[in-house]
Every structure is written in structure tokens, then in C-alpha cells.
Design a protein around this ligand. Structure first.
Ligand code: HSE
Length: 441
């Protein structure tokens, strides 16, 4: 009798996060049953490498090498997709929904690319897609946006959403390490992948921002509207200059609503040292949100790893389990309402129209007239200089000239730097880092 009431779950992919999920489901069996009103039973796990299952003490009989054994099992009501990547993950999720199963996924890359289509299928099938684990692992940001903050217009979100990049930048800031050395340390400690591109080039952060913008503003998930830059060109010299000006550099996701337009960008950003986000170090993530009613909110925690991300997956299982128990569907706002019901979405501001402050490190030969030529070009583009630092020459006679600007438009800044970098006494490409005005964050 009790077994009839149990909710049967299938897990596709027993990697790091899957292991966390299996561990939590086993360790918290009783308390989760009390929360859901029914037992959550991990009926089948599809995994090609059974070693990890053995190490976790998972019985052989629930293991299969075929995802179809889960997707075609009529008793399984919730499918957890934790294999990552686009395919076959997308096909599995679609098949699960079409078979009338609910889905839980941590797959931000897939949602950012195909989320609109998958949520539409879920809506047509009257099923849920739980995706708390897709953004910032253990931090309950999806729940906050879809429930806790619904009374608010979300005016801005500033997020440190990639632990790998934050770890690397923290090491570079605190130890003066060059990028490559900090990356190698991150790889040794298991934070960074062998191919770190997705993390360090900002793509992983952009995937997460696309999901947050969908929840906060009803925008379709669309990576093409998010300007994305990574941390690979940042040097310890830039971090030392940042410190002199009273800033730290973070890989920041920014979305901000103003006059009906939303800014959407991911890039290294100087944040005042006095701001809470600048103290988020190592592999930690944090989100600083401003809602019109609630004011400022800071969410902080681990954005990756077996148990933090497992915690997020299990929160979705409990949520969906409760709905199943009570016979409720369509409790997830926005993703569950049709485009017509949602109203006209806001538009995204073209990146070249954003206005911010800029740090420009210009590499030039130390000759008479250099500074006046550079500042003249900035002036011609309407860019006002707030302060300048010039340090000693290196052996070739090149010097870093660092300028902080007042508020300027991206387009004007890029045009000016494009001209400056063509000047004969310039020895390297100018390094530009955007600076968030303390009053805006
Ligand atoms: N690789 C990500 C990070 C976690 O370093 O934060 C998963 O998105």
C-alpha cells in the first residue's frame, strides 16, 4: 500500500551532482517523506560507469546503462537529468515530458539555448521542469525569483556566478599570481575543468544570466542578447591598479532595468572594496539583487559541488513531489504561463549604448606628448578623465598609463580606444575594465 503512494524517481547521470542527490535521498529519506507526504524512491539510475555507484553503496539492481529504461518506465514520475551538454540531454528531457514525467535538471547550457522550447513542451504536457540547480548550485536563487521576490520589480541583479573564475581572480588578487598559474591551481583542486573555456570566458555565467533574466523580466532565454567577456586577459598588474583606486575585480553578471530597457552583460568588473560583493572570495558565488519593495538582498553560497548542487536538485524533487501529492500543477510562474499571458517583454539595451565608468590601461612608450595625445582623443569622443596613474618604465621604455573615466558610453569608449591603439607609440592593446559606480550597485 505504502509503495503505491511512493514517488518513483529516475536519475540519468551519476556524476558529482548525481552522487550528491543519491546521498541526500538516502540520508534524509524519513525527513523528506515527512515534507512531501510520500516516500521519494530512487528507482533507477542510468550511468555508463558503475564504479561510483559501487563506491556509494547503491544496489546493482537499480543501475542501468540505458536512459530508455528510465524514460520508458511508466512507474517513474520524475526524471532527473544530470548528464549536462546539449544532446542527448535535450532529447531525454523532451522524451520524459512527452511521456508525462516531470523533469529536474541542472543543465544551464541547455536551458539557456533550448529552455523556451522545453518550457513550452512542459506547459503543453502540464508537467514541471525544476531547475533550481542550474544557477549557482546551492543558492536558492530560482526560488527567490519565482516566489520570494514576486512582489517586486527587480531593478538590478549583480551576480558572481562562476566559482572557477572567482577562485582564479581571488588567487590573482590575494597572491599576485598570473592567470595561468591560478588556473592550474584551480584545475589541481578540481574547480576548473581540463578545458576551462566555458567558465573563464564567461559563457557559463551568461547561461545562468539568461535563466535569471527570464525569471526576473519574462524575457525569452536568449544568449545572443548578453554581451559576454571572460577573465583571461586580466593581469596581476590590473588587479594591483584596481586596489590603488579602491576596487576589486570580479567576473560579474549584470542585468539592470531602466526606462523599459534591460542591460544584460557579463564581463570583468571593478567593484568598490567597500561593497559586499567584492568580499566574495574563492569558489563562492553571490547575488546582489535590488527589488523596488524589498530593497537590497544578498544571497551567498557555493555555486557548485556534489552536496550544494545536490541540495538544489532535492529541493525541486520535494517541490514537485508535493505537487504530485496534492494533485497540483502549473505552480511555476512565467515558465508556466503562455507568452500572451506574460504581456509584452522588455527589450534588451544594445551593449554599445550602456553607460558606465572605465579603467583603461594604455601601454605606451614614455615620450613627450603621449598623455596629451591620448587624453585629446578621449576628449574628442566626449570622455572625461577622472584620474590618471603612470608607473615607471620597463626595459623597453614602455609604461602603463592608467586612466579612470567618468561615466561614458560604451560606443564612444570603444571608438576612442580603437583610435588610441593605432597610435605609433602604443606598444600593446589597451586593457579596458568596466567600473561599477558605487552609487549604482
Ligand atoms: N563550473 C561552474 C563554476 C559551476 O565554476 O561555478 C557549474 O556551472
Amino acid at each position: 500500500m505504502e509503495n503505491e503512494k511512493a514517488i518513483q524517481i529516475g536519475l540519468i547521470g551519476l556524476g558529482t551532482v548525481g552522487s550528491g542527490v543519491a546521498t541526500i535521498l538516502k540520508a534524509k529519506e524519513k525527513s523528506l517523506e515527512a515534507l512531501v507526504g510520500r516516500r521519494l524512491v530512487l528507482k533507477k539510475i542510468a550511468e555508463l560507469n558503475p564504479e561510483r555507484a559501487r563506491a556509494l553503496g547503491i544496489p546493482e539492481e537499480i543501475l542501468t546503462a540505458r536512459a530508455e529504461d528510465i524514460l520508458e518506465d511508466p512507474e517513474i514520475q520524475i526524471v532527473i537529468e544530470l548528464i549536462g551538454g546539449k544532446e542527448p540531454a535535450k532529447t531525454f528531457i523532451r522524451q520524459a515530458l512527452l511521456a508525462g514525467k516531470h523533469v529536474v535538471t541542472a543543465n544551464k547550457a541547455l536551458l539557456a539555448e533550448a529552455g523556451n522550447e522545453l518550457f513550452l513542451t512542459a506547459r503543453e504536457q502540464d508537467r514541471h521542469i525544476g531547475f533550481e540547480a542550474s544557477v549557482c548550485g546551492g543558492i536558492p536563487i530560482i526560488l527567490a525569483l519565482r516566489q520570494g521576490l514576486v512582489a517586486n520589480e527587480i531593478e538590478s541583479i549583480f551576480g558572481i556566478m562562476n566559482g572557477t573564475s572567482n577562485f582564479i581572480l581571488s588567487r590573482m588578487t590575494e597572491e599576485g599570481q598570473p592567470y595561468q598559474q591560478a588556473l592550474e591551481e584551480a584545475q589541481k583542486l578540481g574547480y576548473a575543468e581540463a578545458d576551462p573555456t566555458l567558465d573563464v570566458e564567461g559563457h557559463d555565467t551568461a547561461h545562468k544570466l539568461a535563466i535569471l533574466m527570464h525569471l526576473a523580466y519574462g524575457l525569452p532565454m536568449d544568449l545572443s542578447v548578453i554581451h559576454t567577456e571572460g577573465i583571461t586577459r586580466i593581469t596581476p598588474l590590473d588587479l594591483a591598479f584596481a586596489r590603488e583606486f579602491g576596487y576589486r575585480v570580479k567576473l560579474l553578471a549584470i542585468c539592470r532595468k531602466e526606462n523599459g530597457l534591460v542591460e544584460a552583460r557579463v564581463h570583468p568588473t571593478m567593484i568598490p572594496v567597500s561593497h559586499m560583493l567584492s568580499n566574495v572570495s574563492g569558489a563562492y558565488n553571490a547575488l546582489f539583487i535590488h527589488g523596488d519593495a524589498v530593497g537590497d538582498i544578498l544571497l551567498y553560497g557555493l555555486g557548485a559541488g556534489m552536496m550544494p548542487t545536490g541540495s538544489a536538485v532535492v529541493s525541486d524533487l520535494v517541490d514537485i513531489g508535493r505537487n504530485i501529492n496534492l494533485g497540483i500543477t502549473r505552480r511555476i510562474p512565467r515558465s508556466s504561463v503562455s507568452p500572451e499571458e506574460r504581456g509584452a517583454p522588455l527589450a534588451v539595451k544594445p551593449f554599445e549604448e550602456i553607460e558606465t565608468h572605465y579603467y583603461c590601461r594604455i601601454s605606451a612608450l614614455d615620450r613627450p606628448g603621449v598623455l596629451s595625445k591620448v587624453s585629446g582623443i578621449l576628449g574628442e569622443h566626449g570622455i572625461s578623465i577622472a584620474s590618471v596613474i603612470q608607473k615607471g618604465r620597463d626595459q623597453e621604455g614602455a609604461v602603463p598609463i592608467v586612466m579612470m573615466t567618468h561615466g561614458a558610453q560604451e560606443k564612444a569608449l570603444q571608438e576612442a580606444i580603437g583610435r588610441i591603439d593605432q597610435l605609433p607609440f602604443i606598444t600593446d592593446r589597451t586593457m579596458v575594465i568596466r567600473v561599477e559606480d558605487p552609487s549604482l550597485i
